[in-house]
Design a protein around this ligand. Sequence first.
Ligand code: MG
Length: 160
Amino acid sequence: MDAVERAARNKLAERGVKSEDIADLVYFLQKKYHPNLKIEECLANVDRVLSKREVQNAILTGIHLDMAAEKGILDEPLQSIIETDESLYGVDEVMAFSIVNIYGSIGFTNYGYIDKEKPGILSFLNDKSTGMCHTFLDDIVGAIAAAASSRLAHRARNTE
Ligand code: MG
């Protein structure tokens, strides 16, 4: 594992997101299509997505901006926009799309669905009362789950 990958995985853990939490989202998205789905299989697909450099770059960039907003060190008006997770900002979602994109268009459907439902770890990341800022991270985590779901679906179709 190289320095960028290690940093990205450590940052996720530091921000309260475990690979198992993302695997739970994949299970949530895919269980209706694959009745014998095992959580281990979800976790393996999350791990493969996390090994992609594009994904690691998005994790490091997004978390850095979230943490800078918590410290209040961004320039205005960006500080207020990211701190309050302003709904029309949209750059957080664009960054997430760069992850979803890797595994093709069915990832977008999964991303949209999970972003609306906000199950599991996504409800923690959207809880403003924690005092933490996850403007970027909530979209990144949803995108990793959507990408891992697409990967799993493509591979399942090839083996069935
Ligand atoms: Mg967001």
